[in-house]
Design a protein. Structure first.
Length: 82
């Protein structure tokens, strides 16, 4: 099942750009997903199982950093497959 995910990551630290960019780059590294970013969020489209595995793996990395991090996630689906 194809789904969409919108995610916003807010590291609560003075230098917040680097953790956000690293997170987005890790999302973009999987060619099976479609990833699109703007100034407020990143959208990820792909297989449900793949996206949920990605979330588990990458949020563990993001939340293990030295600063507290807030993450807002919206999941929607199924997407029409043309």
């Amino acid at each position: 099942m194809e789904v969409g995910l919108e995610i916003s990551l807010y590291p609560l630290q003075r230098e917040f750009h680097a953790p956000i960019h690293a997170f987005i780059e890790r999302l973009q590294s999987d060619a099976r997903l479609r990833v699109s970013s703007n100034s407020m969020s990143t959208q990820v489209f792909g297989d449900y199982q793949l996206i949920m595995g990605l979330l588990t793996r990458e949020l563990r990395v993001a939340l293990a950093g030295p600063a507290q991090t807030v993450c807002v996630i919206k999941l929607f689906g199924p997407l029409a497959t043309d």
